[in-house]
Design a protein around this ligand. Structure first.
Ligand SMILES: *Cc1c(COP(=O)(O)O)cnc(C)c1O
Length: 217
């Protein structure tokens, strides 16, 4: 696969689902990928990237930013409270707002520095113990809390359980976003981004299908 093919498939999915052209944002998930592969995707004109870990993002994106205009970085992985400030300085968007303490830390730093990335609330739609995220029954209350803190919540994010049909999770996330007046839906990865688009995804997070398999050393 690769960038061009994924972009084309997203375009097709937009057409099939009556979505406006370009209404789905492709986040190229570059975690663990060698810099040459990331640079190749940058050279093909892509500018929206996702990273899981703040540390790793801090190690490569300042340099890429100095060489390429218009980069938009999304933090999509679990965020420790002591990394919040760094994450907010590095990223335009954070997809992993998953607990009140984190929301409060973001709000405090936003006050201090006078700006805040766009935020997605991560929902643990499968109620998996090992996974981060707000439980579905607590989402409405948590979104209210974030709004009371003046946080720019743009949407909801989920990572469905690997062994379950993703559709029901995408549908659930879409319903929760709608009833909370949120337009953003961050859902869908390499194996299911077209399905996610059919359920209304506005942001798909695609890694291996663009860059090739991740090799962890
Ligand atoms: C790694 C990752 C992705 C991308 O996964 P692929 O299967 O490589 O497309 C998407 N979202 C999150 C939160 C991830 O950690």
């Amino acid at each position: 696969m690769g960038l061009a093919e994924i972009k084309e498939r997203i375009r097709q999915a937009e057409i099939e689902n009556g979505r406006d052209a370009g209404s789905v944002t492709l986040i190229a998930v570059s975690k663990v990928q060698p810099n040459e592969r990331v640079e190749s995707v940058l050279n093909q004109g892509h500018r929206v990237f996702g990273e899981n870990r703040v540390q790793e993002a801090a190690g490569k994106w300042p340099d890429f930013r100095s060489r390429f205009e218009g980069i938009e970085l999304h933090i999509i992985g679990p965020l420790q409270t002591n990394k919040v400030r760094q994450a907010m300085q590095l990223a335009e968007v954070i997809h992993s707002v998953d607990r009140p303490k984190l929301a409060e830390a973001i709000a405090r730093i936003a006050q201090e520095i006078g700006s805040c990335p766009d935020l997605f609330v991560q929902v643990n739609t499968g109620l998996e113990e090992q996974k981060a995220g707000i439980a579905p029954r607590d989402v409405d209350g948590f979104v209210k809390e974030c709004r009371a803190l003046d946080l720019p919540v743009r949407g909801l994010m989920c990572i469905p359980p690997v062994d379950e049909e993703a559709s029901m999770h995408f549908a659930l996330l879409a319903k929760m976003a709608e009833r909370n007046g949120l337009d953003g839906l961050s859902m869908g990865m390499s194996d299911d981004f077209e399905k996610a688009i059919s359920f209304g995804a506005t942001h798909v997070r695609v890694g291996s299908a663009i860059f090739g398999a991740r090799t962890y050393s």
